[in-house]
Design a protein around this ligand. Structure first.
Ligand SMILES: NC(=O)c1ccc[n+]([C@@H]2O[C@H](COP(=O)([O-])OP(=O)(O)OC[C@H]3O[C@@H](n4cnc5c(N)ncnc54)[C@H](O)[C@@H]3O)[C@@H](O)[C@H]2O)c1
Ligand SMILES: [Fe+2]
Length: 289
């Protein structure tokens, strides 16, 4: 799969977004209330309002969103006529932003049709900014939604949802509580290991996975012990990005697949469930060889 996003990264890399905002008239910023309060996000919103005539902010994305949450967000939108979607948040926010980028265009399929397997053909310009490290959603073609009625999660998958721009900004992740930094770090680790061990793995996915694992093993603990360490935070954002890129080229398997039905029934981060699944998954992996 071709990941065609331009990635900008580093401390204060959101300070001048004019190259991206030029010519845009109607922006939609998707986030949640925790993230909206981060000073760098407030500064980004102020910058958007200075340069773009109409800026709408959706701050109601819940953790692990369901199809009903996205339907509610869609129906509350002041307008679907937008030319830029920006997602700033964890995987929950980024997945919703990816969906809105394909739902807020002329002749877009409905959410129900996307869930039924119809593929989107186009999207607005999009910028994804992760605040966890993480799901790597900014580098995957997937948007994961909970389907409460079926007690599971489903992935809407299309390369069209891969963004034009990704920004990896370490100061946006320093406010993550320790338990979220560790559970989202484990999610990234699961992506990297599962993609490396997938039967459909290939040299491209393996390269991303190995580079990501190296960065993750060297930096996850540092980010927990020194939350303000921007270099370690940036390395973790890259580890997470590489996890997403390896998903785009291979895919997760046992551990993620087993976490979806259980995650739909238990209110806790999927990564907590995945930690408990690794030992049996390793045994199954070895037995299969
Ligand atoms: N699209 C993909 O490829 C992909 C891959 C893996 C997981 N996912 C999905 O991502 C979702 C989980 O995302 P997540 O693990 O990033 O967590 P999340 O987005 O659900 O966030 C968890 C909590 O952490 C808070 N938070 C996030 N960043 C913060 C920060 N910097 N400071 C303070 N609080 C912060 C959020 O407000 C939220 O309350 C699930 O729905 C999962 O299915 C998607
Ligand atoms: Fe995951």
């Amino acid at each position: 799969m071709n990941i065609n996003s331009t990635v900008i990264s580093g401390y204060q890399s959101l300070n001048d977004m004019s190259y991206l905002l030029n010519g845009k008239e109607k922006a939609l910023l998707v986030t949640d209330k925790n993230i909206e309060g981060i000073p760098a996000v407030q500064a980004l919103i102020a910058q958007l309002k200075q340069q773009i005539a109409t800026v709408s902010v959706v701050n109601s994305v819940p953790p692990e969103p369901s199809q009903h949450d996205v339907a509610a967000i869609l129906s509350a939108l002041p307008s679907r006529d937008v030319d830029l979607v920006i997602g700033v948040g964890g995987g929950s926010v980024l997945d919703v932003a990816k969906l809105l980028s394909v739902l807020c265009v002329k002749n877009a399929p409905t959410l129900e049709l996307l869930l039924a397997g119809e593929k989107p053909q186009q999207r607005t310009t999009s910028l994804l900014i992760p605040t966890t490290a993480g799901t790597g959603s900014e580098a995957t073609p997937n948007a994961i939604l909970a389907i409460p009625e079926k007690e599971t999660k489903v992935g809407i998958i299309s390369p069209v949802m891969l963004p034009d721009f990704v920004a990896l900004v370490p100061e946006l992740t320093t406010s993550m509580p320790g338990h979220i930094a560790s559970s989202t770090g484990i999610d990234a680790l699961c992506h990297l290991i599962e993609c490396f061990t997938a039967t459909v793995s290939n040299p491209v996915a393996d390269n991303y996975a190995l580079t990501g694992m190296k960065k993750l093993f060297a930096n996850l603990e540092t980010t927990i012990n020194e939350p303000g360490n921007l270099q370690a935070r940036l390395e973790m954002l890259w580890a997470s990005y590489y996890g997403g890129a390896s998903i785009a080229h291979a895919g997760t398997h046992l551990v993620h697949a087993m976490s979806y039905p259980l995650g739909a029934n238990i209110t806790c981060p999927t990564a907590w469930l995945m930690q408990s699944y690794w030992p049996p998954a390793c045994v199954l992996y070895v037995l299969r060889r």
